[in-house]
Design a protein around this ligand. Sequence first.
Ligand code: SF4
Length: 893
Amino acid sequence: MLKPLFDILSLHKKLISGTTILTPNRRLTAKIIEAFGQQQDSKAWACPRVYSIDDYALQCWQRHNLRGEVEPHWLLSPHQTLILWEQAIKACDEFYVSRPAATAKIAADAFNNIQRWQVDVSDYEQEFNDDVDCRAFLAWQKDFLNRCQRLTAFTPAMLSNALISFHQAQDKIAVERQADVVLVGFDVLVPQYQQLVELLFERVEQHVAPRKMRSLRAVSCDREEQQWLLCAEHFKRRLEENTELRLGLIVPELNQQKERVERCFMEVFEPQHLNNQHPRSTLPFNITAGDNLRALPVVNTAIDIIKLGREVIEVSALKRLLQSPFWQSAINSAGVHRLLRKLVAGSRGEIGASELLQQLQLIGDFEPAKQLSWMLLRAEEWRDKGRMRKPSKWLSLFQTLLTDACWPGPRPIDSVEFQQLEAFHLCLQSFHRLDDVSGEVGFDRALELLEAQLRLDVFQQQTYDGPIHILGALEGAGLCFDELWVSGMDDTQWPAAARPNPYLPIGMQTSLAMPHANASREYEVSRNLTESYFSASEEVICSFGCGEDESRLSMLFEQALTVPVIPMEQWSGVTQSLVWLHERIASDQAMTRLDDVASAITDASSVGGGSAIFKDQAACPFRAYAQHRLKARSIEHEEDGFSPLERGNGLHDALELIWSKLQGLEQLQEQSVESLGEMISHAAGVAVERRLMAKKQRPIARITALEQRRLERVLGQWMALEKQRSHFTIEALEHEQQVEFAGLPLTLRMDRVDRLNEGEVAIIDYKSGRVAVRDWLDHRLKEPQLPLYVCALEGQVPRVSSVLFGQVKLAACEYRGVSEHEAMAGVSLDNGNKAVVEQGDDWPSLVASWKQNLSALANDFLHGVATVDPKQADTCTYCDLGRLCRIAEVKSL
Ligand code: SF4
C-alpha cells in the first residue's frame, strides 16, 4: 500500500483524544481521515473528528435547528446562488449590464468576501458611493438579500455569520463550547473563521508543519510544456527505481492547464495513446482538476439533441450533432458532410426548425436526414411554444427526447464514458432543486439553466490512488510527498498579479487584505504557499519557462536554492519516451512515405482565380492546393451582425461611391465640410444597405446604426488624409482585368488606380487592418496582390510607378507603399522605400525580384507542390483546413 499523503504522526494524539480538526476544504479532510485509517489495525474504528470548516458550521447550525433554537433556513447551492444574483441584476433598471450571468459570478464573489470579512458596508459608504460599479453592487445586493429572506435561504458564508450571531447572543447564558480545535492547512484565516472558532472552542491551535526541505533544485525551460514533460520523465525514472514513492506536481492555474499537462504525462507514460485502437490503460497519475460536465463530448451531444426542441436551431449544434459518435446517425461522414452543406451553407448562425424540416424533406431518402426529420417532428410534438414550466417538468421532457434519440448511440461505451454518463444523470437529479429559485421558465431558459448547471458540476474520473498527484497551487497545502515538483514558478507568475474585485472599493479591499486585492497581498499568499511546499517534501524541484520574455525564477524560490538554476539541456533524461515513439513510427514497416507533390496541372485554364492563388501558395502550399485545386471549403454561415469580410466590403463600396462622384483631388478640395460630410454619410448608408440586402436576416437596428456610424467616422478620417496628397485623378475603380502571368490565366481586380501625371499611375489596395511594406519583400510574399498587378501589367501604358496600401482604419488611416519617385506628398514612402533601398534595390530591380518570386510561386502551384508548410507560426490561426492537412498531428510528432 502506498504511503498516505498526510503526515498523520504529528496529529495522532489529538485524533485519538477526540480533538476536533478543522481544514479549509473537503479534500484535505479526506486525506487526513485516509491517513488515520491506514494506521488502524482493526477493520472498523471510530471516525476521527475531522471536518472542513464550512461543513462543521453547517452541522452546528443543523443541531441548533433540530433543537428549535434558530429559524430554519436551507442552504443555497452555488448554482441557486448565481440564479438569485442574476435575477437581482436583471431586475435592477438603474444599472444595466449586458451579460447578467457573467456579472452574477463576480457579484457573488464580492458578496462572499463581504460576508467572510464581516464588512459593515455603512463603514465604507463614501467609497461605495464614489464608484458606479460599487453603487450597482449595493443595489443588487439589497435585492439578493430580499430574495434570500423570502426563500428563508442562506449561502454558506451567510450561514456562518448567522451562527456567529446566534452564539454571540447566547454567550451570556453560557452556551456549550468544545474544548480544543486544531486548524490544519489554513494559509490565511479570514475574520469570519477566526471569530467562529473563537466562539465555538475554548482553545484554538494552528497546526504548522515544519520545513522539511533539504534540497531545492530549479530547472529553466524554453517553453511551458517542457516543464511538464521533464517532470513526467523524472517521475517515471523515480518510480522505476522505487514503486512505493509518493510524488507531487503543483501546477498553478491547473484548471486552465489541465489538458496540456495531461497530454505531456500521457506522452511519457502512455505514448501509444496516439493510436486510438490501443485500449486505455490505468495510468499512475491523478489530476485533481476535473472537466466541467458541459465540456464532455457525450454530454455535448445530449445538449445538441435537446436543442432540436428550440424554434430556432444553432447551425454549429446541428453540425456537431450530425458528426457525433454519440448519436445514431453518425455514419457515412461524406454523406453527412454533403447533407450539412445543403442544410446550412449560406445560412446565418441559426436556422428555423420548420425551415430545416422542409429542407430535410426535400432531400428524401438519406438515412441521417430521415433520422433528423423524425427527431424534429418528435420535438415539435412536445414543444409547447411559450408554455412555462418548472425546471423539473422540463427535465422530464428533455429526458424523453434523449431516450427517443437513442442517445448515447449504438456504439459500445468504455468505462470512462460510463462514469461520465453517471455524472450527467446525477447532475440531472440536482436540477430539480432549481424549482425553488427559478419558478416557471420557458424552454430556452430551462435549457440555459441546465447548461449552467452542467458547467458548474465537475467530472472527476475515478482512478486508483496512483503514486503521482497533480495538484493546483492551493491544493498542496498540508500534504506531504517523497518528492515535490512545483512548475510555473517564473517571476511574472509567482507572486501572481493583483486582480481586485471590480464591485468593491479598492481601498477597502486593500485595507482588509481581501483576496487578490493588491500586489502585497498576493506576495503574502504566494510566500505562505511557497513555505507550505517547502514543508511538503525533503526533495523539492521547481521549474519555470524563461521563454521569449526572458523571465527569471521567482525570488521566493531563488533565495532558497541549494544549487544554481539548471538549464533544461543539462537536466538528465530529456523526453526519452518521445524519442522512442518517433523511432517506432519511423521504423514501422507498415508506413508509406507520401510526397507532398500532387500531379501537375495540364490545363491551367481549368483552375481560374486571382491573386489569392499566389497568396495561398506563399502562405502554405497545401492551402493553395486544397483551396484552388481541390476546392475545399468549410461550411460557412452568416455571423450575427457584420463579419470582418462584410465590413471590408462595405468600406470598398462606400469609397467607390465617393470617388465615382469626385474623380480626383481638385474636386475633393472644392467640397465644403458639410457637402463632404453629406457625401460620406450617403455613401456609408448605401454601403450598409447593400450589405444588408446580401444577408438572409437583418441584424438588429442598433447594430446596423453602429456600423453606419463606424463607417462614417473612418471615411471622414480617410478623406482628410486624401486631401493632403499631391495631384491625382481617378483612373479606375474596382477594375477587373484578365491577364496571364507565368502560364496562369488570372482575373485581377484592382480597388483603385490613380493617375499621377500624364504617363504614370499608382495602384491602390484598401486594407482595414494594419499593413507593412515588408509584406512585399520576402520571397514568400505575404501580400502578393499589388506586386502581381505591377508584373502582370508591365509594358502597358500608362505605366505603374507606385503601389500603395490604403490602410483605412480608425485612428490609423495611412498610405504606405513603394514608389519609383522619392517623394509623394501625403504618402508614407519612407519605411517602404527605405526597406527597398536597404535591400539594394531600385524600382526596376524590385519589379524584377517580384517577377522572379511570383513566377516561382506560380511554377510550384502548376507543378503540384502541396507541402504542409505554413510560412509563420500564426499562418494557421485563421485557416480552416487544419483537419485536412493534419498540421496538429504533424506538430505533435
Ligand atoms: S492549417 Fe496551416 S498547415 Fe494546414 S493548410 Fe492551413 S496554413 Fe497550411
